[in-house]
Write a protein that binds this ligand. Structure first.
Ligand code: ATP
Ligand code: MG
Length: 423
């Protein structure tokens, strides 16, 4: 073992037996997104570093210290994607999909951030998210929020909390920014190194600090609501009215700024108190300025990303993961003739939708039965010499050991009945 190569820290294997809940989440999400008219998009895992630097923001945690960046053999500066939005915008622009068009898309996949690995925080993790383009109204903000809430409903998940905030427009943020800088300047002694650096570059990000002293200081920081322009105020008001209409409860968190620079107006996060420090399972918001920033004509946009590892962990805690589907049939075959019959029987059962494993290898009857039991199949179909002679099959119910003999003509019908009763 000591000599064998291990996976990279913070990058996890997903082994058979651990994936049923992932598949359940992926299927449920794909279905919910389809119900809202969103279509899937799949993009490269590697992009030019510049794409992320320009979109996520130079003074964010992600770009400052979390990206996996490298030079490829051509000398190009590339990064593993730390999030999905930048790539989606890049693809939309590259393929001209935003000209007078509305787009609603979703994606799922691995993201990479060089963070300190701990529960709920990994270096390779997975997000499933949506992005929508061409709609500036608050209805869209509420549409995407209601997609998440529909997904929780479909998964049976309750007890997650929605926090919302507004970041206004770039213009209104300028005045707010000055007020913040003034406040932080007056309290410089409470700021940590990260915050001091951000004070010039991007003081709003200090609101997102995880440093205790700064968190304390932030409690009395000025509130952006008081600096908002009228349009942004109305927009935020409308979001809240519509959420109320849909009976989606929320609280306003004035400190919610999100970890990426491209957001403006509505931002939101879903959190849980069941996962300790890594409490955010989904984050998103509006990013009307990003398309232009990446070289396109201005196009309003909004989206969210769900952290799949954290959501799966929560589904497990809440016992909402469905168990992995059991194997239906294991075929025990004790001679070459039996094997030939077994092979065609297996195909017949698979055609009828049952999962079947045939024994492989000329092991004894006893060890084949052992393997059948270990396979966790519901039934063993046994084809021995006796069975071949009498044109019948022995059906063994592996959970209680009951055995019965069924004629070959009735086999599919009879076993189907047994399997149906076991559901
Ligand atoms: P956090 O504040 O927890 O670092 P974030 O604001 O950096 O989260 P986003 O970039 O908004 O997260 O990503 C959306 C979601 O992806 C998060 O709410 C979280 O569930 C998940 N996520 C983010 N980083 C990680 C990570 N390193 N490991 C696992 N999940 C993550
Ligand atoms: Mg983060």
């Amino acid at each position: 073992m000591s000599n064998s190569i291990q996976a990279i820290r913070g990058m996890n294997d997903q082994l058979p037996g651990e994936l049923a809940c992932w598949q359940q989440l992926e299927q449920t999400a794909a279905e919910v997104f389809r119900l809202f008219g969103y279509r899937e998009i799949r993009l490269p895992v590697v992009e030019k570093t510049e794409l992320f630097a320009r979109s996520i923001g130079q003074s964010t945690d992600i770009v400052e210290k979390e990206m996996y960046t490298f030079q490829d053999r051509n000398g190009d500066q590339l990064s593993l994607r730390p999030e999905g939005t930048a790539g989606v915008v890049r693809a939309m622009l590259q393929h001209g999909l935003l000209h007078n068009a509305i787009q609603r898309v979703w994606y799922a996949g691995a993201m990479f951030r060089h963070e300190r690995p701990q529960k709920g925080r990994y270096r390779q993790f997975h997000q499933i998210g949506v992005e929508a383009y061409g709609m500036s109204e608050a209805d869209l903000d509420v549409e995407i929020i209601s997609m998440t809430s529909q997904l929780w409903k479909q998964l049976g998940l309750s007890g997650v909390a929605l926090e919302i905030n507004t970041l206004g427009t770039a213009e209104s943020r300028k005045t707010y920014r000055s007020a913040l800088v003034e406040y932080y300047q007056a309290n410089r002694e409470s700021l940590d190194e990260d915050s001091l650096r951000r004070l010039d570059k991007n003081p709003l990000r200090i609101l997102d600090s995880k440093n205790d002293a700064v968190i304390e200081l932030n409690k009395k920081a000025p509130d952006i609501l008081e600096y908002l322009d009228n349009d942004s105020k109305e927009h935020f008001q409308r979001v809240q009215v519509l959420l109320d209409k849909l009976a989606i409860s929320f609280t306003r968190n004035p400190k919610l700024v999100r970890g990426l620079d491209y957001y403006g107006r509505t931002v939101f996060e879903w959190t849980t108190d069941k996962l300790g420090a890594q409490s955010a399972i989904c984050g998103g918001g509006r990013y009307d300025a990003l398309v232009e920033k990446l070289g396109g004509k201005p196009v309003p946009a909004a989206g969210f990303a769900i952290g799949m590892e954290r959501l799966i962990e929560l589904l497990k805690i809440e016992q909402l993961c469905q168990p992995e589907k059991r194997q239906d049939i294991y075929i025990v075959q004790t001679s070459d003739t039996a094997l030939e019959l077994g092979l065609s029987m297996a195909m017949e059962f698979r055609d009828a939708g049952f999962s079947v494993t045939g024994n492989i290898g000329d092991t004894s009857f006893k060890s084949q039965l052992k393997k059948a039991n270990k396979s966790n199949a519901r039934l063993a179909l046994i084809i021995g010499d006796n069975e071949l002679q009498t044109n019948s099959i022995t059906v063994k119910l592996l959970d209680d050991g009951t055995q019965l003999t069924v004629s070959r003509d009735n086999l599919l019908a009879e076993t189907s009945k047994y399997l149906a009763n076991m559901e």
